[in-house]
Design a protein around this ligand. Sequence first.
Ligand SMILES: Nc1ncnc2c1ncn2[C@@H]1O[C@H](COP(=O)(O)OP(=O)(O)OP(=O)(O)O)[C@@H](O)[C@H]1O
Length: 239
Amino acid sequence: MGQASSLIRTTNLQRTYQMGKNTVQALAGVDLEIERGTFVALVGPSGSGKSTLLNVIGGLDRPSSGEVWVDDLELGHAPDKKLVSFRRDRVGFIFQSFNLLPTNQAWENVALPLMLAGRGRSERRKRAEHLLDQVGLGDRADHRPAELSGGQQQRVAIARALANDPVLILADEPTGNLDSRTGRDVLLLMQRLVREQQVTLLMVTHDMNAASYADRIVHMRDGIIEQIEIVERTAEAVA
Ligand SMILES: Nc1ncnc2c1ncn2[C@@H]1O[C@H](COP(=O)(O)OP(=O)(O)OP(=O)(O)O)[C@@H](O)[C@H]1O
């Protein structure tokens, strides 16, 4: 595949942390290429560098050396202002603990990125309702997070992550706080959104069953990529 089709490209990506006299090498030379419109799971033992890689790709942390390209932007050397607008305009984030604002209604939570982008209230409400519809919560727009189940809250968070029409969604253990059935529904929803909207989704997980919903499973160990598994799916499983 040529460069145009890959959304993410890292070359010899390194991230070291200085802990007193010790240097921790969280990323020890990661070469990764991810095509647009793919669902990628990042797995590996605790401390293998998964969150660090997610943070660097999301523009939340900078590499110590090497390059990280997302779309047409090299994040390692981009000015801070560019990183801020990159995160706001091009990336959606999904967290293990949902991170919804408790006093805001579902639609207001979904519309938050639109508010930060300066959109008017009626446009925000309309788009938020459309997104809630897409995640199966069209009838819950006025509910507050405490009035929703865990799975519903995570679906609100997914709708929020989609609000600015991002090229990339980063999810850190998105099913970690859900029971297995609810987690499965959330994974199927993410799978469908990737397929329908050609968004690229990068998900960190400890759970190999959750990882099996992805198109690619990237295995990390000691700060490097050990293996990339291509998940074969039968036609029925996709339908
Ligand atoms: N801010 C930091 N300061 C110092 N060391 C750090 C920092 N962040 C991460 N590390 C170290 O970098 C290594 C990789 O951490 P990282 O959080 O990326 O691993 P992980 O694979 O996401 O682990 P887990 O599955 O437990 O969340 C670990 O050894 C960790 O202790």
